[in-house]
Design a protein around this ligand. Structure first.
Ligand code: NAP
Ligand code: MG
Length: 405
């Protein structure tokens, strides 16, 4: 076996809940521990510890991620009334991801993991399509109500001194209907655009963005303008990296995406991202094959699996039954963090280890060893449907071969 390597600067480790917490421990013990000493600052975001610390642990971990630049996060429970009873919580703590995102002010990119035996339902897609979703404003922060009868709906802006700046008629109603007000903020759109350009550059992939600026000349027009303005800061770097930025109307973007072979970052407005990220995820197979990374405008990155804590499997596990839970997205969260750390620290061995672990994980599935979620999708059918631990053992065996050669 090759000599154990070490990472240099800190990776912030955020532990989590249920089945993903179980897999987290096994992945560290069997895939990471034997090969690499990782300099981590550990935060336990498991629900019991969030409750015990009054959730300060979540805030501390997010500030640590901001300071050190690289974090890896396990899935965590967002409590609801049932969870409050189940864990006898002091209160219904907020979503940790919401807290972390608010502190890092980031954009979430969802990245599918592809293998040769799981075929996307869109036949032309050969490479991952990464969706970046602007997670602020639009219909998600709307004001809306219904109108019961004839009358005038207006859009009014009054400045901070109380002076009316603009007033426009939305519609003169002659019968009942509905109205809605939405907004966005230049700084948020700019932060989103920067995160997208940074991410595309980091991965050396093209960036696509689409909006409906022909119809919505001011609102969607502003998104287009801000992306183009931000591109002015990046075009040189993009040219050097051999990648491109494409803006087209959103309908044209969709048509092109459906005919493409993939391989791009697709920046989406909030609603488009909500809808199309699920479409892309469904085509690529399983939620367990989808990683997610939060990128802040300052370039800090937090890596995680896109799925939750896989509660149903955890309850089986607690009863002592075998589970077949897929650890791919968790493993790729670790490799993403290690690769980023290695690049920032200029430690090529760490980057090489991240590559080797990903290669081992992909090779394991391609050799026909996989968990139940993929077994149904695999062509040819699997050699063996593994339980949670067997799957990680198979990857460990493959990794030993790759990493020691
Ligand atoms: P989930 O954990 O994503 O699981 C939903 C279903 O998807 C599972 O029951 C399973 O289907 C399948 N699945 C997901 N991940 C899988 C994996 N790695 N391997 C195999 N199958 C997998 O969603 P949930 O059960 O609705 O949520 C559970 C908890 O997770 C909630 O408390 C929620 O708050 C939390 N959550 C956290 C995050 C996060 O921290 N980022 C994100 C989402 C949800 P089958 O049961 O059919 O096998
Ligand atoms: Mg959605």
């Amino acid at each position: 076996m090759a000599k154990k390597i070490e990472t240099k600067n800190i990776i912030v480790e955020m532990d989590g809940d249920e089945m993903t917490r179980v897999m987290w421990t096994i992945v560290k013990e069997k895939l990471l521990g034997p090969h690499i000493d990782i300099n981590v600052e550990y935060y336990d975001l498991g629900l019991a510890n969030r409750d015990a610390t009054g959730d300060t642990v979540t805030f501390d971990s997010a500030h640590a991620a901001k300071k050190h630049g690289v974090a890896v996060k396990c899935a965590t429970i967002t409590p609801n009334a049932e969870r409050v009873a189940e864990y006898a919580l002091k209160q219904e703590w907020k979503s940790p991801n919401g807290t972390i995102r608010a502190i890092l002010d980031g954009t979430v990119f969802r990245c599918p993991i592809l293998t040769s035996n799981i075929h996307p339902t869109v036949a032309t897609w050969k490479k991952p399509i990464i969706v970046g979703r602007h997670a602020y404003g639009d219909v998600y922060k709307n004001t809306e109500f219904s109108v019961e009868g004839p009358g005038r709906a207006e859009l009014v802006f009054t400045d901070a001194n109380g002076k009316e700046i603009s007033r426009q008629i939305i519609h003169n109603f002659t019968s009942p209907g509905i109205i809605q007000g939405i907004h966005n903020i230049d700084s948020s759109i700019t932060g989103f655009a920067r995160a997208c350009f940074e991410f595309a550059l980091d991965r050396k992939i093209d960036l696509w963005f689409g909006a409906k600026d022909t119809i919505s000349k001011v609102y969607d027009g502003r998104f287009k303008t801000i992306f183009e303005r931000t591109y002015a800061d990046y075009w040189h770097k993009f040219q050097n990296a051999g990648i491109a930025f494409n803006y087209t109307l959103i309908d044209d973007t969709i048509a092109r995406i459906m005919r493409s072979e993939g391989g791009m970052l697709w920046a989406c407005k909030n609603y488009d991202g909500d809808v199309f990220s699920d479409m892309v995820a469904a085509s690529f197979g399983s939620l367990a094959m989808m990683t997610s990374v939060l990128v802040s405008p300052g370039g800090q990155m937090e890596f995680e699996a896109a799925h939750g804590t896989v509660q149903r499997h955890y309850y089986k596990h607690l009863k002592g039954e075998k589970t077949s839970t897929n650890s791919m997205a968790l493993i790729f969260a670790w490799t993403g963090a290690l690769r980023k750390r290695g690049k920032l620290d200029n430690t090529p061995k760490v980057v090489a280890f991240a590559d080797a672990l990903e290669k081992a994980a992909l090779a394991t599935i391609e050799a026909g060893f996989m968990t139940g979620d993929l077994a149904k999708l695999s062509l040819p059918p699997p050699q063996k449907v593994c339980n949670t631990e067997e799957f990680i053992d198979e990857i460990a065996r493959t990794l030993d071969k790759i990493w020691s050669s």
